[in-house]
Structures are given as C-alpha cells and as structure tokens.
Design a protein around this ligand. Structure first.
Ligand code: SAM
Ligand code: SF4
Length: 481
C-alpha cells in the first residue's frame, strides 16, 4: 500500500498507458509506432502531440508493442522511483530488440532531457533521445536512426508551445480532454527537477487554445482541463492588426474566454501555485457555473522554515490565508494538495505542522510523496538529504492516514446532497452503473436505472452512501445534454 502511495503521480491509473489509434487503419503507413507514457498530465498531453506529428509524417500508431517498428517511451524524472520504472520497462523492450534487429527504441520527455546523450551510453538499446521541446524533429531523427546512427535532440526552447499542432486524443472516453496552455516553469522550487527538464516558462497563443477547445466541444467533448506547471502565471501578449498595443491575456481572461465557448463545456485547470492564484481567478470561477469548483493547490509542507528551504516563496500563514480566501469566495470549492514528507532538515515539529495545516485545509484529496533527492536541483547542491528513509516513510504513512480520514469525512459531508454530474462512462466494477464527476472533481458511481442517458450527458445525482474514495448515489433528475 505504501509503495503505491509513495509513487503516486497525477493520474496513477494512466501510468504506462499505450496510445490507442482511433481511426480505421488503412495499412498505408511508413512505419508503426507504439508510445507509452509516464508521469504527470503534461507528459500524457505531450504524447498526443507526438502522435500527431508522427501521424502527419506517415507513421501509424499501434497499441500492440509486438507489431511496432518504433517504440517510444515518454518518461518522468520527478522522483527516483519514476526513473527506475522506466529503466525496468526498457529491459523488457531489450528482449524484443534481440528478436528484431530493425526495431528502434526512442526515449522522450524529462528523463531524456536530464540524461541527454548519456542515455545512449547507459542504455545501449536506445536509438533515439528527444527532449520535450524537440518533438518536431522526431521524423528526421527516426530517419537518421533507421540509417544506423544514434539520434539525439535535447535542445530546450524559449518559444516552443506546439500551438499549431492538433493533438491526437489518446483519451478514448471522448468526454474529457487535456489542453496544454503553457510549458516549462520559472519557479525553481529547490526539490524539483522540472525547471531543468522542461525549461523556461512560456505561454501558448490564446487563440490557438480557444480554437482547440472549440473543436473539442464540437466533436462531443464536454470537459477540458487547462494544463501547465503553474497555470496562474499564464500571460500572453498577442498581435493586433490595427497597430494598437495588444492587451495582455491573463489566466483569468483565458478562463473566462474558454468558459464562454458553451455553458455545457466544463472547464478545469491544473496546477495552481499558491503564490500566483489571484482573486480575479477566484471571481472568474464564481462567475461561471461551468468552471469547476475545484482547485489543486499544492502546499508541500506546513512548516514555514521548510517552505523557505523549498523556495516555495510563501509561509504557512500565507498559504492558510489563501485557503480561507478560496473558501470565502467559493464556499463549495473542492481543494486538493501535494505534500512532501521528509525534506532536508525536516524535524518532528515541522512534520507536526504539516499535519495540522492539512487538518486546517481539510483537503478532499492529496498526492503524497516522500522526498527523493534529484541530481542537479538546488536542494541537492545546497542541502543534505538527512532525514533517514525509515523516518521519511513513517511520516508519509501518518500523512496518508490523515488524508484518508479527511477524504472520508469530506465524502460523508456530501451525504444527502445533490450534484450535477458529467457522465464519463461505465463504472469500473459494473456496466449496470455509470461513473462521473461532480464540479468538485469527486467521482460518483450510480445505477443507470434504465434511463436513456449516455456518456457526455449531465445528470443530477443525490449522494446516498460513500467510501473514502468514491461517492455512491442515485439519479435524481436527468438533465439531458
Ligand atoms: N508544478 C506543480 C506545483 O508546483 O504544484 C507540481 C509539479 S510536480 C510534477 C508534482 C509534485 O511532485 C510536486 O508538487 C511535489 O509535491 C512532487 N515532487 C516534486 N519533486 C519531488 C521530489 N524531489 N521528491 C518528492 N516529491 C517531489
Ligand atoms: Fe517544480 Fe515548483 Fe515548478 Fe512545480 S512550481 S514544476 S514544483 S519548480
């Protein structure tokens, strides 16, 4: 159980998910590629961009690794465990490669960026290494590697946002999609490898984001999640044709515009940095029913001293005041967090402060990790990773147990309430039940009750029971689409 939790990333269910082609395959492809993704939602969204680039160059996707000419693995570096998972998967690909000499293996994403050409020395089966800003060069790199050369492109860019590329949607539920609105991160949290693997922060052209969201809505999608490492610092200055100074577009402006596409299109976003989420964003959320009342607001630690070492730029008090403000403006807002146990120098009383801050914030949900030192980060260069592993694990266990209780209590507070739910598909356990989410991002399972509903429909559901992870309910009144 602890292992599962310690390695938890943004969507645990999707780790290692393989790309599934949607369209009937005419067999006319140059080569077939198989792509598998690990890590955060950004990586999954990137794999959709990669699939689109490869498709446009005449490569076809397959979900069957055995029939692939090219295997890509989109990697994560955030914790050591994430990298170990990728290494293990590569060992499995090695077996395939001994059988098929012409098979090419490519490593994409954060681990490719972190290790660069070193990857080719460490893992001899790897033919192609591509960083997150170099996916446009993939077709050329594949050609090079097909000619027997090793191919590497790990250049980071200050401009690349892949704004003009329409991602091929891997998420086959056809209801919810991720839309990347920015790339990179300028924050330099001392524990984090992301600024080194994904480069400087840059915001994507607002018009291209709106176009993508409109297209998604028109093809039947009913929920978009705007993605970035720090969405609240979205800032885009476009061009005007009339010679006037263009007006900068903030995250609140963008949210407002996406919400106006249709009242039937739900809008979510992730992730918010507590220092950047503004009152303007909160008021925009309040103004639109279809902007989901849910904020992922990672705290990391409840101790101001540790937060300073983490370079998070806020104190415990400042963070908790932000929680108060959210509850004031959006009384029914769901709240979740990321928490790290056992960061450098963390003492027992610091850990207690994390526990008490979590109690105060009453998170509905948290992603919880123990600290994993990452090469090249500020923390690795400046501080000693001095909390023993058994202490890190014990503190993490306490944090997880607390969150389990908070989640259960939060779900119990929902008993008897009625929520508008967007149906995502059959429940995992039974095709007699639907599974959907409410605005607060809680999963609700309820019997189909012979109604004519389909996925992508909205329905009112009254909560009748709950577990720690799921609300259980009954249809109150179908809303149609
Ligand atoms: N940009 C987001 C933010 O600041 O909230 C999160 C990005 S990161 C992909 C997701 C989470 O991984 C972080 O919020 C943090 O809790 C965790 N994380 C990052 N580096 C870590 C490390 N070295 N050890 C343990 N957890 C880490
Ligand atoms: Fe990493 Fe901090 Fe940037 Fe999040 S905000 S990606 S934790 S550096």
């Amino acid at each position: 159980m602890l292992d599962l939790v310690t390695d938890k990333v943004h969507d645990e269910n999707r780790q290692g998910e393989a790309f599934a082609p949607f369209v009937a395959d005419p067999n006319g492809y140059r080569k077939r590629f198989y792509i598998e993704s690990y890590g955060c939602q950004m990586n999954f969204a990137d794999s959709e961009v990669v699939a689109s680039i490869l498709n446009n160059e005449g490569f076809g996707a397959t979900r069957n690794v055995e029939e692939a000419d090219l295997i890509f693995i989109n990697t994560c570096s955030i914790r050591e465990k994430a990298e170990q998972t990728v290494r293990k998967r590569l060992t499995e690909f090695r077996k395939l490669k001994t059988r098929r000499k012409d098979l090419l293996v490519g490593v994409l994403g954060c681990m490719a960026e972190r290790l660069k050409a070193k990857f080719l020395e460490e893992e001899r089966l790897v033919d192609i290494v591509v960083g997150p800003d170099a996916y446009r060069s993939l077709p050329t790199l594949v050609d090079e590697a097909s000619g027997g050369q090793k191919a590497v492109n790990v250049l980071l860019s200050r401009e690349e946002t892949y704004a003009d590329i329409s991602p091929v949607r891997i998420d086959s539920n056809g209801v919810s999609a991720f839309v990347s609105i920015m790339r990179g991160c300028n924050n330099m949290c001392s524990f984090c490898v992301v600024p080194f693997t994904r480069g400087r922060e840059r915001s994507r052209d607002a018009e291209s984001i709106l176009k993508e969201c409109r297209e998604l809505y028109n093809t039947g999608f009913r929920e978009v999640t705007l993605l970035g490492q720090n969405v609240d610092s979205y800032y885009y200055i476009g061009n005007t044709n009339n010679g006037e100074h263009p007006k900068p577009i903030t995250f609140a402006d963008l949210l407002d515009s996406v919400a106006r596409i249709s009242a039937d299109l739900r809008v979510r976003f992730s992730t918010s940095h507590p220092k950047d989420i503004t009152d303007e964003v909160l008021h925009t959320m309040a103004a639109h029913e279809n902007i989901c009342k849910y904020i992922h607001l990672p705290m990391q630690s409840g101790s101001s001293r540790v937060l300073q070492l983490m370079n998070r730029t806020y104190t415990r008090e400042w963070y908790l005041a932000k929680v108060d403000r959210i509850r004031q403006v959006l009384p029914d807002c769901g709240l979740s967090s990321d928490v790290i146990a056992g960061f450098c120098t963390e003492e027992e009383h610091d850990h207690e402060e994390t526990i008490s801050a979590m109690e105060y914030a009453k998170y509905d949900f948290s992603y919880m990790f123990y600290y994993s030192e990452r090469p090249g980060t500020l923390a690795q260069r400046r501080y000693k990773d001095d909390v023993p592993e058994n202490v890190k694990k014990r503190r993490l266990k306490e944090i997880v147990e607390l969150q389990n209780r908070l989640s259960f209590e939060s779900n119990q507070r929902d008993l008897g309430k009625t929520f508008k739910v967007l149906i995502e598909g059959d429940s995992k356990k039974s095709t007699a039940d639907w599974m959907g989410r409410n605005s607060q991002n809680k999963v609700i399972v309820f019997p189909k009750q012979g109604t004519e509903l389909k996925k992508g429909d909205y329905v009112n559901v009254t909560v009748t029971d709950c577990t720690q992870a799921t609300l259980l309910g009954a249809i109150n009144q179908p809303l149609g689409n």
